[in-house]
Design a protein around this ligand. Structure first.
Ligand code: FMN
Length: 344
């Protein structure tokens, strides 16, 4: 297949593995790259040293292009961005922040930049800041999707932008890929579909539970990590939604974030105290949300933890290999593209 995305990144198919913390590991990223897609290595919860080690491990597992992401909103993100740039990762994906400096540094070594956005305002800003492509995340998505569904968000942004769009949120099969292309995107990024593959490190419990879930089995809330996110409807999620927080909880919980990211706790604590009431409550949620996501994703515990999950889980019914997912999507999309013209 050839789209602006395949040409830009030098990949065979316009299919992208989203950068999911704990999940988009070197092994999963390399499996996607070796099957012809673009895998995004997640560095959000890694220290700078771990990010470097993960990038080098990915390079040992694949000779194909791959990406690494940096979530600018997280403490320690700048150090991770620095490592990604030093290691000259071919494609850099950033989210939740301003990426002009990243774009300049990545372009200097010949790399490409993808910004992840959910709104027109942020899409236009990212285009101005030098992004080569965008991941546009709709309301259906697992994790931090926007308020507008992909069906409307993608064409509205495609009309307003020059750079190519990778549609995310609600895509899992050939029907989705053909639809995304028809809506004006040049490819799709998938989280929920790749989470449920043989190579995915997600708890086997979650893989089998999510297969049983339908399109009504998720909740969209800002009470897990402080930002609007879609997660599996579970006891753990409902418990977090009810939890009352104050700035003091932020200070207590900031220890967890600092430990996890290898970030100086005092620096983080001072940052929280100076950030005002609203932001510090958000930081408290972020710390609690971090832990809940880790427990939900890796331990498969839905009472203490929370699993990000997209509505598309309702049309996912198996746990194939990454290669099978990719080949199936391409074959189904090809078949549809031959059948649809017969309707006209
Ligand atoms: C289990 C799981 C964990 C995720 N973790 C993250 C994350 O850590 N950071 C992030 O930016 N997005 C995360 N996401 C969201 C994906 O990056 C992506 O935006 C989303 O899955 C796309 O929608 P889809 O699930 O309908 O394919 C996660 C998604 C899933 C399913």
């Amino acid at each position: 297949m050839k789209t602006r995305i395949t040409k830009l990144f030098g990949i065979k198919y316009p299919l992208v593995l989203s950068g999911m913390s704990w999940i988009s590991t070197p092994e999963l990223v390399a499996a996607v790259a070796n099957a012809g897609g673009l895998g995004i290595l997640a560095t959000g919860i890694l220290t700078a040293e771990q990010s470097r080690e993960y990038i080098r491990r990915t390079r040992k597992l694949t000779k194909k292009p791959f990406a690494a992401n940096v979530t600018l909103y997280f403490p320690g993100a700048e150090r991770n961005a620095q490592v990604i740039i030093e290691e000259k990762v071919p494609v850099v994906n950033y989210a939740l922040g301003k990426g002009d400096k990243i774009a300049k540094a990545v372009h200097a070594y010949g790399g490409k930049v993808i910004a992840t956005v959910t709104t027109l305002k942020h899409a236009l800003a990212a285009q101005r800041d030098g992004a080569d492509a965008l991941i546009v995340t709709g309301h259906e998505a697992a994790g931090h999707g926007g308020a507008i569904t992909s069906l409307v968000l993608i064409p509205s942004l495609a009309d307003a932008l020059e750079i190519p769009i990778i549609a995310a949120g609600g895509f899992a099969d050939g029907r989705g890929l053909v639809t995304a292309l028809a809506l004006g995107a040049d490819g799709v990024a998938m989280g929920t579909r790749f989470m449920n593959t043989k190579e995915s490190p997600v708890s086997e419990i979650q893989k089998s539970i999510s297969i049983e879930k339908d399109v009504y089995s998720t909740i969209y809330t800002d009470k897990v990590d402080g930002l609007f996110a879609r997660v599996m409807d579970s006891k753990g999620a409902k418990k977090l939604i009810k939890k009352k927080l104050n700035p003091l909880s932020a200070l207590v919980n900031s220890r967890k974030i600092a430990r996890l990211l290898g970030f100086p706790w005092l620096k983080l604590a001072i940052g929280i105290m100076l950030s005002g009431y609203k932001r510090s409550v958000q930081m408290a949620r972020m710390a609690i949300g971090f832990e809940a996501f880790q427990v939900g994703t890796m331990d498969g515990d839905n009472e203490r933890g929370v699993l990000p999950l997209g509505q598309v889980t309702g049309i996912i019914h198996d746990t194939p290999t990454v290669k099978q997912v990719i080949e199936r999507i391409v074959a189904e999309a090809g078949k549809l593209s031959r059948e649809l013209p017969k309707l006209f």
